[in-house]
Design a protein around this ligand. Structure first.
Ligand code: GLU
Ligand code: ZN
Length: 286
């Protein structure tokens, strides 16, 4: 069944910013008549936090955000990523990069030093080649986007030197699955989308429609995240949390219990009501 998806990294519990994105993605999928799938982006093993997955699942459930189908994990899809990597290699789109961090410091665009290193090299990163064509797509919130990867990032990493497949490759493969037709996520990820579209195009995978919604900022104007000290959502007060998120998403939630409120929100959700500006939000002390 055609679906949208929510793809948290199990690096910590949900905080208000990730609950807000989860809710928006859930409502958007339901409004479009899609299933809502849940996938853990868990390839960066050292960053995974024990217990985070089950805490995230519990928070979603407590807030009435029930996913469809089994919980998916990128760590269980390594064969697919390996297949994609081999397909890119067969198309002569990959090379092995042995540049040190120091050699690349100060250049946001990969300078292309290793472009001729086609044959495998141990302990090297693998990069995918980009070219000088413009990648274009229309984001449902941010409008028309046009990017030249050669002028913004250059050839980028799809498999890290320390082993794991990079987020760009895994996510392009997962979101390039024909069943995923809609990707709603935070605006902080917008700059990744052209890289993912590039991989999908090389692999002949269909691209979903994207909606990048604003992120919630703390008082200091930083994105709420684990790094900026976002507290875990309080599962004892799901109704209050949902009301906050719905209001931030441009809805005016009526006084209802949790389940009817979620039903109300599915019905009243309009992506067009979501602002395209990042918004500040200070959680009340709980
Ligand atoms: N797992 C990443 C995050 O939580 C990316 C998710 C995505 O592509 O939607 O920020
Ligand atoms: Zn290199």
């Amino acid at each position: 069944m055609a679906a949208g998806r929510f793809a948290p990294s199990p690096t910590g519990p949900l905080h208000i910013g990730s609950l807000y994105t989860a809710l928006a993605s859930f409502l958007d999928a339901h409004a479009e008549g899609l299933a809502w799938r849940l996938r853990f982006d868990d390839l960066d093993a050292p960053r995974n936090q024990p217990g985070a997955e089950s805490r995230i699942l519990r928070s979603l459930e407590v807030h009435g955000l029930q996913w469809d189908g089994p919980v998916e994990r990128q760590s269980e899809r390594l064969d697919l990523y390996q297949g994609a990597l081999e397909a890119l290699r067969r198309k002569a789109k990959t090379f092995h990069c042995t540049c040190s961090r120091k050699a690349l410091a100060g250049s946001p665009i990969y300078p292309g030093h290793c472009r001729d290193q086609i044959a495998p090299i141990p302990n090297a990163a693998i990069r995918v080649r980009v070219d000088d064509t413009a990648l274009e797509f229309t984001d449902l919130v941010q409008g028309h986007q046009r990017t030249r990867l050669d002028l913004t990032v250059g050839d980028f990493i799809i498999k890290r030197r320390d082993g794991p497949f990079a987020y760009q490759l895994a996510t392009a493969v997962d979101d390039g699955d024909p069943s995923i037709v809609r990707v709603l996520r935070g605006q902080d990820l917008l700059a990744n989308t052209p890289r993912q579209l590039h991989i999908m195009a090389l692999l002949g995978l269909p691209a979903p429609t994207y909606a990048h919604i604003p992120v919630l900022l703390n008082r200091a104007g930083q994105k709420w995240s684990k790094q900026t000290g976002a507290p875990a959502v309080n599962d004892q007060r799901p109704l209050a949390n949902l009301r906050v998120c719905l209001t931030l998403l441009g809805l005016q939630p009526p006084d209802l219990d949790l389940e009817p409120l979620v039903e109300w929100a599915k019905f009243h959700w309009r992506l067009s009501r979501v602002s395209n500006q990042n918004q500040r939000f200070d959680p009340p002390a709980s």
